[in-house]
Design a protein around this ligand. Structure first.
Ligand code: BDP
Length: 692
């Protein structure tokens, strides 16, 4: 394949091929300021200009300039840039990562107070393309909504016998680790850091939250490997975090206990953490999955999650580090007949009572929904229940439950719905406000985290179009108010610059037709009305298995019988989960008539003939959406054919191949789900289509 990263390594298209810099490449650019990230900006500009008629300078001289990228304290700028910079910076400090952009009299100025701001300003100019050098731009300030915009790699150092190199990875091996050791060639990691900076991600954790023996040693004996990654990513403003095991004092330190209140345990963590910061002074902190799905945690010692999280927070505090403590805690050994153990309730039941007890460098990281990254879930009530705790929202960019990067499923519309959801009612603070620290409570925000979808695949993400999810995640973490479809346009412009494709308008139109509604399409042909799961346990959650988890200890049920389907989570007759929401949602979800259709079976058990708000019955809705979903995939596949010969043939072929598989799998879903509910209910399809 052709190398478009500019970093070698022979990897295929991602955003930022050299052509994306073309509008900048012919300009006279002045970069002013000192620091590693300013050097990065200069290197980027210099590379863009090489051979394209432009030139990059670091000293003003008296040459005319088209673009100035300057730190505020970097010394005098040539007029008229100086006046423009004063105007751009007039509104006060721009912050650690913010910048301001203005254009007048033929000069564009990007001003920042700190080097990271200049880097994000550069990539903003690249996104603007030719428009950055046209007309006048009144001064506009930009700053991220979330201070930490993080990706969690579930990468194993050793190849795990069941999960492989990357747990829930669908893009080949890890870009960090290979079969038990660190990769020595860090070009790919550097190229990754660059892609992350261009979409705004500024933190990653480099190993799986399920910490196995080899991975545990990253904290101590193998720290050098982590330091190398940190060195490779630092020039792009990306800080490294590490998943650690709560049992580290025992398994690494040889202590008899990991009890968080034991002074020897506290001393062990303090010493281990000090050593981490000696090697990696800007280390971000720890990520912890404790007392969850077999991982060790404070429960073993009769302590709670606040005791556990505070232990690590205390060790990190002197160095400014944070602990991301995951709220994904539930009993995965349930008795399916005991409905009081509703898995949806678990995170709230464990964490809400602890509000106010966490140190301020603890971030409680909650999955966006109460269960587990399903294509449709209500927003987790934990996010509205801990006003005195720093909360981070966790998304799954890797498509474990959304087609495993075999299916096109552009997830930004789903994330946008979550981020703009107002837990205290319309017009009130949103989930994004809570994560950003501007919610109703006193806590500063914990930002966003997401499980990563990148591997050593030549297209980075297996499915080339899955790159858009990674890009959009970073952009929404920067600005949760962005329109997901406009973000897709950005990604299209940066990934398929007009000069690199045969027919730019057709490319844009086709990508929108294939991607805009792809999340809802996926929802249509999979589990209906928010009931979730129905995925195959045997095939690692890929493809349908309606009863796959129905009688299992993992606790994800649909309760279908001959009369009806759905999980009764009401206070009146069910598990009481609706009571975990503030008003008005508690009442909306409790009410059979007010509950939104798309979540009906998440909250209620209803007869097949129940009439939805849409006017359709539940059973007819199931049939209709499953037929419609398959039809839409067939159309997506048709549309894609029109791009043959228009875009990079390797990208075209890979997507075409996966659309074939998506159609096969969607048909499988449709037929199994429809047949299942037809046989249970005995209700025929009013449109008389073939269901057996
Ligand atoms: C589930 C995944 C599992 C993860 C777990 C988690 O199937 O691989 O370990 O989430 O978030 O969705 O810890």
């Amino acid at each position: 394949g052709h190398d478009t990263t500019g970093h070698g390594g022979g990897v295929h298209a991602a955003w930022l091929p050299p052509e994306a810099f073309a509008p900048l490449g012919s300009r006279r650019v002045l970069v002013r300021g000192d620091g590693m990230l300013v050097d990065t900006v200069f290197d980027e500009v210099e590379r863009a200009c090489a051979g394209h008629g432009g030139r990059a300078d670091r000293t003003a001289g008296d040459r005319e300039v088209d673009l100035v990228l300057a730190l505020r304290d970097a010394g005098p700028l040539p007029a008229p840039a100086a006046a423009l910079a004063r105007a751009a910076g007039a509104g006060g400090p721009l912050g650690a990562e913010g910048f301001a952009l203005a254009r007048a009299e033929g000069v564009t100025v990007v001003l920042a107070d700190a080097p990271a701001g200049l880097l994000y300003g550069l990539f903003h100019v690249v996104r603007l393309g030719a428009a950055a050098f046209e007309g006048d731009h009144p001064a506009r300030r930009h700053a991220p909504a979330m201070a930490r915009r993080m990706l969690d790699h579930w990468d194993n150092v050793d190849v795990h016998p069941v999960m492989g190199q990357v747990e829930r990875g669908y893009a080949g091996g890890s870009i960090f680790w290979r079969a038990g050791a660190a990769r020595r060639d860090l070009d790919r990691v550097r190229a990754y850091g660059r892609l992350l900076a261009a979409c705004g991600v500024n933190a990653i954790s480099v190993n799986n939250v399920n910490v196995h023996a080899t991975e545990a040693r990253l904290l101590t004996g193998r720290l050098g490997d982590v330091a190398e990654l940190a060195d490779a990513l630092r020039p792009y403003g990306v800080r490294v975090h590490l998943s650690v095991t709560f049992a580290a004092p025992v398994v690494l330190g040889g202590l008899p206990t990991a009890d968080p209140l034991d002074p020897a345990v506290r001393a062990w963590w303090a010493a281990a953490t000090r050593q981490v910061y000696e090697r990696i002074p800007d280390f971000g902190g720890y990520v912890v999955k404790a007392d969850s799905e077999g991982q060790p945690g404070p429960f073993t010692y009769g302590r709670d999650h606040a005791d556990g999280a505070n232990l690590l927070a205390e060790a990190l505090a002197p160095f400014g580090g944070v602990v991301h403590w995951r709220a994904f805690v539930y009993n995965h050994r349930q008795d399916w007949r005991d409905r009081s153990t509703d898995r949806a309730r678990a995170a709230y039941d464990h964490f809400a009572p602890l509000d106010g007890r966490f140190r301020d460098n603890v971030v409680v990281q909650a999955k966006f929904g109460p269960i587990d990254f399903q294509p449709r879930e209500p927003v987790s009530p934990v996010l509205a229940a801990m006003p005195a705790t720093r909360l981070a929202v966790e998304f799954q960019v890797t498509q474990e439950y959304t087609g495993q990067q075999q299916h096109v499923c552009y997830l930004a519309p789903c994330w946008s719905e979550v981020l703009t959801f107002a837990p205290w009612g319309p017009g009130g603070p949103t989930v994004a406000d809570v994560a950003a620290g501007s919610g109703p409570g006193p806590a500063t925000g914990g930002g966003l985290a997401a499980v990563a979808n990148v591997g050593d695949d030549p297209f980075w993400t297996g499915h080339p179009l899955a790159q858009a999810n990674l890009y959009a995640y970073g952009r929404l973490a920067w600005d949760p108010g962005l329109d997901p479809i406009a973000v897709l346009d950005e990604w299209i412009d940066l990934t398929f610059p007009a000069s690199t494709v045969g027919d730019p308008a057709l490319v844009r139109e086709t990508l929108h037709a294939v991607m805009d509604d792809s999340w809802r399409t996926y929802e249509r042909y999979t589990a209906p009305l928010g009931v979730g799961f129905m995925v195959s346990p045997a095939r690692h959650h890929y493809g349908p298995d309606v009863d796959g988890y129905e009688y299992s200890r993992w606790g994800t049920y649909h309760f279908a019988d001959r009369d009806g389907v759905g999980v009764d989570r009401t206070r009146a007759t069910g598990t009481g989960f609706t009571g975990q929401y503030p008003q008005p949602w508690s009442q909306v979800y409790e009410s059979l008539s007010d509950c939104p259709d798309e979540l009906l079976l998440f909250f209620h058990h209803v007869p097949y003939g129940h009439v939805l708000r849409s006017g359709s019955t539940v059973i007819q809705h199931i049939y209709d959406t499953h037929f419609a979903g398959v039809q839409q995939v067939a159309q997506m596949r048709q549309r894609w054919r029109r791009l043959a010969g228009v875009i990079d043939p390797a990208v075209h072929a890979r997507v075409a191949e996966r659309l074939d598989e998506q159609l096969r799998c969607a048909i499988e879903w449709r037929d199994q789900v429809n047949t299942y509910f037809f046989r249970k209910s005995g209700v025929p399809d009013v449109r008389g289509r073939a269901i057996h």
